[in-house]
Design a protein around this ligand. Structure first.
Ligand code: PMP
Ligand code: GLN
Length: 383
């Protein structure tokens, strides 16, 4: 009899909290404000375009780095938004989602024993992606409750093994955003070092209160050492498309593509062809911040008479909330009870800390139809 003996590459990893909470939501028919995905429809026009290009026969492989007109449309958009001159052909690779772009960038760069600075709470794929490459995550807590980076702590953690610093702005799960001063600090810290940057900017357009997104693409000195990752799923309300892209300097991108070509080769052709023309519709992404800001504000108003204490969110799909006026349970127990007893699923923020730091905070996703937010709030006000 065959007895499988796999030495786990990720011995400490269980099932991602997003699946756990979505399954629990399903089981209890709860309103799902946990996993981050919109419940409102995506653009009909974009759906029609995909349909149309499939009918026209765009159903075979595109080049492994992507469909050139899409790369060109992205380069044009980036020049306009961030003033960066990016080579469509050499510096942009279309990937099956932002998560894949992040994993591929880490795998391209990391050797066993390398250290990567990660700010926690951190999106849950980062640390396993580092560890599967034999590298070591060096963890720094964002300062609770405004979740700012302590740059002094960053300086203290840097040593000859530091290979990379990972950034995420707008930030999941907290909605914190990096400022120009943060970017200057980063620039000063990495100057005269060989440290690279991985910048996760999947929520680039979901930014509120007229704050300008501080993309690494705005900073040529940072850009030469960075991989910047994006997701069409977030921008076009189609998380299930799992399509994104990575931008890096030509030499870095050449190495990225060596990994990418034997893992994925190329991404879904019809979506890329449709997006190449849909990207010309600037309104579709410039209107996003205001739309999502309205949802943030509506949700906050709906919960104003509840016993949840909402923290500030400047971007993303998410807002975090303390519940100390309700319970002193751990956040995982509380989130499970909220799903079972009140029918609202959320994400416990301790899941975004390797050591499970529990500040008694849960994350709500407000990228939902008004009626969903209203129905959820009605339940949450009873807690
Ligand atoms: N980074 C962060 C912070 C995210 O929240 C997400 C959303 N899942 C991703 C990356 C990846 O997005 P995608 O679904 O395109 O892989
Ligand atoms: N990014 C989404 C979130 O944070 C979930 C993505 C996933 O399920 N892996 O909720």
């Amino acid at each position: 009899m065959f007895t499988p003996t796999i030495q786990s590459k990720l011995p400490q990893v269980g099932t991602t909290i997003f699946s756990v909470m979505s399954n629990l939501a399903h089981q209890h028919q709860a309103i799902n404000l946990g996993q981050g995905f919109p419940d409102y429809p995506m653009s009909e026009e974009l759906i029609s375009k995909v349909n149309e290009v499939m009918q026209k026969g765009w159903n075979q492989y595109v080049p492994m780095q992507g469909y050139l007109p899409l790369q060109e449309a992205l380069a044009e958009k980036i020049a306009e938004l961030y003033g960066a001159a990016i080579s469509a052909d050499e510096q942009i690779t279309i990937t099956p989602g932002g998560t894949y772009a992040i994993y591929t960038a880490l795998t391209t760069v990391l050797q066993p024993g390398d250290e990567v600075i990660v700010f926690e709470p951190a999106y849950d794929s980062y640390i396993p992606n580092i560890e599967i490459n034999g590298a070591v995550p060096v963890l720094i807590d964002l300062q609770f409750p405004d979740y700012k980076i302590n740059w002094h702590a960053v300086r203290e953690k840097i040593n000859s093994k530091t290979k990379m610093i990972m950034l995420n702005s707008p930030h999941n799960p907290t909605g914190a955003v990096l400022s120009e001063a943060d970017m200057q600090q980063l620039q000063d810290i990495v100057r005269d070092t060989q440290i690279m940057i991985l910048s996760d900017e999947v929520y680039e357009h979901l930014i509120f209160d007229n704050i300008q997104h501080q993309s690494v693409l705005r900073y040529p000195e940072l850009m030469e050492r960075s991989f910047v990752c994006f997701s069409f799923g977030k921008t076009y309300h189609c998380t299930g498309w799992k399509l994104g892209y990575c931008i890096a300097a030509p030499q870095l991108m050449a190495e990225f593509r060596k990994v990418h070509q034997f893992n994925c080769f190329c991404c879904h052709t019809p979506s890329q062809v449709a997006l190449a023309s849909f990207l010309k519709n600037k309104e579709a992404y410039t209107s996003l911040g205001a739309m999502m800001q309205q949802k943030r504000d509506d949700f906050k108003t709906l919960l104003s008479s509840s016993r949840f204490d909402l923290l500030h969110s400047s971007g993303s799909y998410f807002v975090t909330a303390g519940y100390s006026r309700i319970s002193d349970e751990g956040d995982k127990d509380f989130a499970i009870r909220l799903t079972r007893e009140y029918g609202v699923a959320t994400i416990p923020v301790s899941s975004f800390y390797k050591n499970g730091t529990d500040n008694k905070v849960i994350r709500f996703c407000f990228a939902k139809k008004n009626e969903t937010l209203e129905a959820a709030a009605e339940r949450l006000r009873r807690v």
